[in-house]
Write a protein that binds this ligand. Structure first.
Ligand SMILES: *Cc1c(COP(=O)(O)O)cnc(C)c1O
Length: 471
């Protein structure tokens, strides 16, 4: 027999089928066991950072180590080294306990590892994503022909909206950038907006001064008269208004801007109207909440995150627009080496990213497994949990500051309690529950958001007890 002409592939990276099966089976069991411990344990990390850093220092990668050992080590450290969205007493930021179909999707995507840049490389995945986006566009009420794509985040989707607005408003933007505009440009959102907009105007090159933070109505919603005044004042001084982003489900208080009024102002002044529904948009799954979003179907574009209230794994956003041709104008590029088949569908020709993970499978499997009705039940349950917490706290003299119809509650304790920030710090460090300190309409509040699909009455009681604990 002649000697092999190639060395063997490194088995640590490419173990044989038997070894892979053994490790995958062990991993599945270890993750389920960890998840069960996590849901009963501390919500807050208990890891000693300094010691952990020293421990990491021992990984100098000079010699291989057994993967099984590394996996066990990782799970153990994550169990104590993250805030647990998987814990039903996490009443946190908009980070969900990931639903199970989306976790399955991640395994499948990781295994096939399809390249979603082009429809030529990945015809089935690209079609699946486009199908889900069309279903979402239809749910929003956008006209047929509306389209869009999955993003890694709401921020990427919001950034995409600004690039589209800039591209459509001034044809010279393509070659000359903002220098092609007749004057400085501006975009508008409310001062209760999600703060990623500050980074977005910076990275889009219009500058942070271009971000107009419009005042609110005292209830967390954009003041439409103030928006109109600001737009008029800008126009009078030679500024070009390009984008208004109204918010459907503010980060702080879960409020929805007056979408029809906002849209009317945008039409009057030829401004791109984007609706940032990163968190709240999932509530479109519930027929009962539809009225809250009236007017969203008029928007030029919409952001909805699947990794928030749709509870897929991180990060999975969506950008949806009635003007898909603007996406092609903004992100077109010539690349002879790319295996294109349907360029209108090729993500690399219509989006910010190039190489791209099969993110949309997460929402496809979740939505297909649960149906809209399953998601409606998920949404309504979260709203019911928030209502329960609201009633329990009100009964104890707490003031409820926001009047959101969604699953977020902003509360202030009665007299005699520690200031909000100290109170929240104490709750968080107790590990018994997790809530956020936030500000809405200038007030410091305890922000309680229901993000776990299985939070029980006992979990709400634990939160209330943690908030009420005096020491
Ligand atoms: C979360 C959120 C964002 C940012 O989305 P990411 O996915 O975290 O980048 C933007 N706007 C609103 C209203 C949000 O709730």
């Amino acid at each position: 027999m002649s000697p092999p002409r190639l060395p063997a592939a490194p088995a640590a990276l490419f173990p044989d089928v038997g070894e892979r099966t053994r490790i995958e089976d062990a991993l599945t069991r270890a993750l389920i066991a960890a998840d069960q411990r996590v849901s009963r344990g501390s919500v807050t990390p208990t890891l000693d950072r300094e010691r952990f850093r020293q421990e990491l220092g021992q990984f100098d990668f000079s010699a291989p180590r057994p993967l099984q050992e590394l996996i066990d080590w990782t799970i153990e450290r994550l169990e104590h080294g993250v805030v647990h969205m998987n814990n039903p007493r996490y009443f946190g930021l908009f980070n969900p306990a990931a639903n199970f179909p989306s976790q399955c999707a991640d395994r499948i995507a990781g295994s096939f590892n399809p390249q979603l840049a082009s429809s030529g490389s990945s015809p089935a995945p690209v079609e699946i994503e486009a199908h889900v986006i069309r279903a979402m566009a239809q749910r929003i009420g956008l006209p047929p022909g509306s389209s869009g794509h999955f993003t890694i985040s709401g921020s990427e989707a919001n950034y995409t909206a600004l690039v589209c607005a800039l591209t459509r408003r001034e044809p010279r933007f393509e070659r000359e950038g903002v220098r092609g505009y007749a004057g400085p440009v501006a975009m508008y959102t409310s001062r209760e907006c999600q703060p990623a907009w500050f980074k977005i105007v910076h990275q889009a090159g219009i500058g942070r001064d271009a971000l107009r933070l419009v005042g609110t109505d005292g209830r967390g919603r954009m003041d439409m008269a103030a928006l109109r005044r600001q737009v008029a004042a800008d126009l009078a001084s030679g500024v070009v208004p390009v984008l208004v982003s109204s918010t459907a489900g503010t980060t702080g208080a879960g409020m929805v801007d007056a979408l029809p009024e906002c849209d009317a102002i945008c039409r009057e002044y030829n401004i791109w109207h984007h609706v940032d529904a990163a968190w709240g948009g999932a509530a479109l799954a519930s027929e009962k909440r539809r009225a809250l979003f009236a007017g969203i179907e008029l928007a030029d574009s919409v952001t909805i995150d699947a990794h928030k209230w749709f509870a897929t794994t991180m990060g999975c956003g969506m950008f949806i627009t009635r003007w898909p041709q603007v996406l092609s104008e903004a992100f077109k590029v010539a690349a002879e080496f790319m295996p294109s088949s349907v360029t209108a569908l090729d993500p690399y020709l219509n989006t910010v990213q190039w190489s791209r993970r099969f993110l949309g499978l997460r929402l496809f499997l979740s939505l297909a497994a649960a149906g809209w009705s399953g998601y409606e039940a998920h949404i309504e349950r979260a709203i019911a949990v928030a209502a329960l917490a609201r009633d329990e706290l009100r009964a104890r003299g707490w003031e409820v500051v926001n009047d959101s119809q969604l699953a977020v509650l902003c509360v202030v304790p009665p007299a005699g309690y520690a200031p909000v920030k100290d109170l929240v710090k104490r709750v968080v460090s107790s590990g018994k529950a997790w809530a956020a300190a936030a500000k809405t309409e200038g007030r410091d509040v305890v922000r309680i958001c229901v993000t776990h699909g299985e939070t029980s009455e006992a979990d709400v009681a634990a939160l209330v007890a943690a908030l009420e604990a005096k020491a």
